[in-house]
Design a binder for this molecule. Structure first.
Ligand code: KG4
Ligand code: ZN
Length: 393
């Protein structure tokens, strides 16, 4: 089955065409087309993602990304056709508040031959609702125009699947599994009984870890997104053998280490950074040691809670997922520590390029949930954006 997948939950506009041979989770997958546009350069100057701006960019970029993905899959063919009047009306009704988008879409449908696609998968949440709606409305429009079923999927389940994907297959995961999902909006520990059946055993009580990376980066005058910037400086500090304590009296706090639960808190570390650099000259060396110490502090907290969760659950596999899992320090230390203490537990880390937001993971989640797919008329009312969509729903 050929899946067209769409991701617009934050600041990446992504469309993929993935062919699945066989049933989930034993299928083999071929990536036929993959197009991703990152809005980072647009949001950089504002130091974060503005939903209204992000939405406008998604509207502008989705059709070009779809054309690009379809073209690489050799599924894009230009024609000159007309949509039946009924579909035309449905499309305008669907997009009545987005005049420009509706016109662009009509133009796209009238100039594009219906491709050989069996399923459309789209992120329904969690994420920014205005941007999620762009992807969802686009998916619904494709479904109306081409009579293809749509399935709305959970972005975090996508991250989880990306972490166990080897480029062709879903690796064999023994359940129960424990997943640590760390991104710009989430920090959660999820126990999986099987694919599709999840319970949350821990989460952040305040900031998501990615958000903390981004905010600390901003305090240090580094551009958005802060995670990779902090990571680079921290790496530099370590390779130069710099010490945090050469510049600061005490190390940063590691919150929640002694609490008897699996929750996290990152706003304390962030505030501690703010106080520590107050009235301090931010030299390159100071920035480097702060980045290193912040990275070490959050890594310590993550490792501690994952170990606790592995001890408390009988998880046989550990999966790390979400944008922050691109962080080498977190990956290396988790791997080393867990291998030492839980040698029986199979560890899964995403390939770097699938760590951050992408639409391949949405195709995988779509395939996993393909039995929930709906035809256009039902999809129109049943699939909605949910900024707080939970993986346990
Ligand atoms: O999963 P993702 O791409 O988008 C969301 O679903 O939120 O995650 C984005 C987050 C951002 O906060 C970004 O700073 C962080 O992931 N990130 C990193 C690294 N690469 C991306 N954080 C730490 N180290 C990295 N190398
Ligand atoms: Zn994400």
């Amino acid at each position: 089955m050929k899946i067209l997948s769409i991701e617009t939950s934050c600041d990446e506009t992504a469309v993929s065409i993935v062919e699945a041979h066989g049933d989930f989770p034993n299928a083999t997958y071929t990536i036929l087309g993959d197009a991703l546009f990152s809005q980072i350069d647009i949001h950089k100057e504002y130091g974060g993602v503005f939903p209204a701006l992000a939405k406008r960019e998604h509207i502008k970029t989705l059709i070009p990304m779809a054309k690009k993905a379809l073209s690489s899959a050799s599924l894009y063919k230009e024609v000159c056709s007309e949509l039946p009047q009924r579909k035309n009306e449905q499309l305008y009704e669907l997009l009545n508040r987005e005049e420009g988008f509706a016109d662009a879409l009509l133009n796209f449908f009238e100039s594009t031959e219906k491709p050989d696609i069996d399923l459309i998968a789209v992120t329904a949440g969690p994420g920014l609702e205005p941007t999620l709606w762009v992807g969802i409305n686009f998916a619904k429009a494709l479904s109306i125009a081409w009579d293809i079923s749509v399935v709305g999927v959970n972005h975090m389940e996508g991250h989880m699947l990306a972490s166990v994907f080897d480029g062709t297959r879903i690796k064999e995961v023994h359940f129960p599994s424990l997943s640590l999902l760390i991104s710009g909006g989430h920090t959660e520990l999820i126990v999986g009984e099987k694919w599709g059946s999840y319970a949350r055993v821990g989460e952040t009580r305040d900031d998501a870890i990615g958000e903390a990376f981004d905010k600390v980066a901003r305090m240090l005058g580094l551009p958005y997104p802060g995670g990779p910037e902090i990571s680079k400086l921290a790496y530099e500090a370590r390779s130069q053998g710099l010490l945090y304590t050469d510049h600061f009296k005490s190390t940063l706090t590691r919150p929640m280490l002694s609490t008897d639960n699996l929750d996290f808190s990152f706003s304390g570390i962030k505030t501690a950074v703010r106080y520590s650099i107050e009235n301090k000259k931010l030299t390159d060396e100071v920035k480097m040691v702060v980045a290193m110490e912040f990275e070490d502090a959050v890594t310590d907290v993550l490792i501690h809670k994952v170990k606790k969760a592995l001890n408390e659950t009988s998880a046989q596999s550990f999966i790390l997922g979400g944008g922050v899992s691109a962080n080498s320090n977190i990956r290396e230390h988790l791997e080393k520590e867990l291998y030492k203490e839980f040698p029986e537990t199979k560890l899964f880390f995403p390939e770097k390029k699938l760590s951050t937001d992408n639409s391949i993971m949405i195709a995988l989640a779509g395939h996993a949930n393909r039995t929930k797919a709906m035809i256009s008329e039902i999809a129109l009312t049943e699939i909605n954006a949910d900024g707080n969509l939970s993986i346990t729903d």
